[in-house]
Design a binder for this molecule. Structure first.
Ligand SMILES: Nc1ncnc2c1ncn2[C@@H]1O[C@H](COP(=O)(O)OP(=O)(O)OP(=O)(O)O)[C@@H](O)[C@H]1O
Ligand SMILES: [Mg+2]
Length: 353
C-alpha cells in the first residue's frame, strides 16, 4: 500500500479488514482495532474464524463474496468478535480479486445514517403496534363527541350552529387520521398474487390525472418485457397514489411526472445467512418539482414527518412499510431540480407459492 492509501485506510471511521484467499486477516484499520479490542499485531495473519466464529454473519458475508457475489451486504446482524457480542451492525463484504475480500462493518449508529431506507421500516412497525390500540381508544369517544354535536345543533340558532359544525368537521378529521394510522396495523401484504405493474401504474396515473394531479403532465417510459411482481395490487396501488400525490402537491401547473419501469436482473438484496433476494423490477416516479426540503430529506420515510399544513406525514411511511412487506426496497433522490422515488420489487414465481 502506498503512503497515501495507507493514510486513507487507517483513517476510515468504521472497522475495515482485508481478508485473503485463505480467509486469514491480512490488513486491519485503526477503527477495527478499537472495535475488536485487539491489536493489529494480534490479528494480522490469523484466520478470520479465530475471531468471528464459523457460521457468524461476518464469516458468511466473506464466504458469499469469495463464492462469486461481488458485493454482499447483510443488514442489522449481531456481530460477535473474540467470543463476545459487539452489537448490531451492517456487514459489507466486497471482492477485491484473487480471493481477497474487503470486509467492512458499519455499527448501527453509523449504519442508521447510511441506510435509512432499511432502518425506517422499524419506525413504521412500531407505529403499527400502537395504531390498533390508539384507533380503538379514540374511536368511541369520538363517536360520542360528534353525536352530541349533532344533537346540540338541532336545538341551536344559526350562529351557534357554526360552532357545532366546527366540532363535527374536526371530529371527522381526527377520525380520518385514526383510519390512516390504523392502516399500519394490518400486518403483512395480505393476498399476494401475480401483479402486472404496468396495469397498476396505469390505473394510478388515471386516478391521479382525474383528481389531485389535474395540473400535471405525465410521461411514461415503460419496459414492456417486465414479468409480473409478487404483490398485493391494492396496496401497491396505494403506494403509487401516495407517491403521485406527493409529487402533484409539490408542483404548480406545468409540472411533469415521469413514470419509468426497468428490468434489472442483477439487483439483489443480501439477507442474513446464505440467502439473498432478487429485486429486478424497478419502478421510478420522478417529478420536476422543487425537491424535498433538505432538513427532512433524511427522515422522509419516518412517520409524522411533514411540511404540509394538513399533512399527517404518514404517506411515505406507509409506502416504506408496504414495500418492505413485499420484500422490496424504496429509496429516494431529491434536489432542487426534482425528486425521484425508486421501488425495487421481486418477480412473481409460481412454484414458490
Ligand atoms: N415529490 C416530493 N417533492 C417534494 N417534497 C416531497 C415529495 N414527496 C414528499 N415530500 C416531502 O416529504 C414530506 C412527507 O411526505 P408524506 O407523504 O409522508 O406526508 P405528507 O404528504 O406531508 O402528508 P400526507 O401524506 O398525510 O398528506 C412532505 O410533507 C413533503 O415535505
Ligand atoms: Mg403525502
Amino acid at each position: 500500500m502506498n503512503m497515501r492509501f495507507e493514510q486513507i485506510w487507517l483513517a476510515l471511521p468504521f472497522p475495515a479488514f482485508v481478508i485473503d484467499a485463505q480467509v486469514n486477516i491480512a490488513e486491519i484499520n485503526d477503527a477495527a482495532e478499537v472495535f475488536c479490542m485487539a491489536s493489529k499485531k494480534q490479528m494480522r495473519g490469523k484466520p478470520l474464524q479465530e475471531f468471528a466464529r464459523e457460521g457468524s454473519a461476518v464469516v458468511d458475508a466473506v464466504a458469499q463474496a469469495q463464492g462469486g457475489m461481488r458485493s454482499v451486504v447483510l443488514h442489522d446482524v449481531q456481530v460477535g468478535w473474540g467470543g463476545q457480542a459487539r452489537g448490531v451492525a451492517n456487514v459489507q463484504a466486497t471482492r477485491l480479486g484473487e480471493g481477497e475480500v474487503l470486509l467492512m462493518l458499519h455499527p448501527r449508529s453509523i449504519a442508521d445514517k447510511m441506510d435509512r431506507s432499511l432502518s425506517h421500516r422499524n419506525a413504521a412497525r412500531s407505529v403499527a403496534g400502537m395504531a390498533a390500540m390508539l384507533a380503538h381508544e379514540i374511536r368511541n369517544p369520538l363517536a360520542g363527541i360528534s353525536g352530541a354535536a349533532q344533537l346540540l345543533s338541532s336545538t341551536l340558532g344559526p350562529e351557534d350552529r357554526e360552532l357545532t359544525t366546527v366540532i363535527e368537521d374536526e371530529a371527522k378529521r381526527i377520525g380520518d387520521l385514526v383510519n390512516r394510522v390504523e392502516a399500519f396495523g394490518d400486518m403483512g401484504p395480505g393476498v399476494v398474487a401475480a401483479v402486472n405493474i404496468h396495469d397498476i401504474l396505469d390505473r394510478a396515473k388515471r386516478a391521479a390525472a382525474a383528481g389531485f394531479a389535474k395540473h400535471i403532465r405525465f410521461s411514461e417510459v415503460f419496459d414492456p418485457s417486465i414479468p409480473p411482481t409478487a404483490g398485493n395490487a391494492d396496496q401497491l396501488m396505494q403506494v403509487l397514489l401516495n407517491l403521485l400525490k406527493n409529487a402533484a402537491e409539490a408542483m404548480r401547473a406545468g409540472g411533469a411526472i415521469t413514470l419509468k419501469t426497468a428490468f434489472r436482473p442483477g439487483v439483489r438484496l443480501a439477507l442474513p445467512g446464505k440467502r439473498s433476494q432478487s429485486l429486478p423490477i424497478e419502478i421510478s416516479i420522478k417529478d420536476n418539482g422543487p425537491g424535498i426540503a433538505p432538513a427532512i430529506l433524511d427522515d422522509v420515510f419516518e412517520p409524522f414527518v411533514s411540511t404540509k399544513a394538513g399533512g399527517t406525514g404518514l404517506g411515505l411511511s406507509l409506502v416504506s412499510k408496504i414495500i418492505a412487506d413485499h420484500g422490496g426496497i424504496v429509496d429516494c433522490k431529491s434536489d432542487s431540480n426534482g425528486t425521484e422515488f425508486r421501488l425495487l420489487l421481486p418477480v412473481w414465481k409460481e412454484e414458490t407459492r
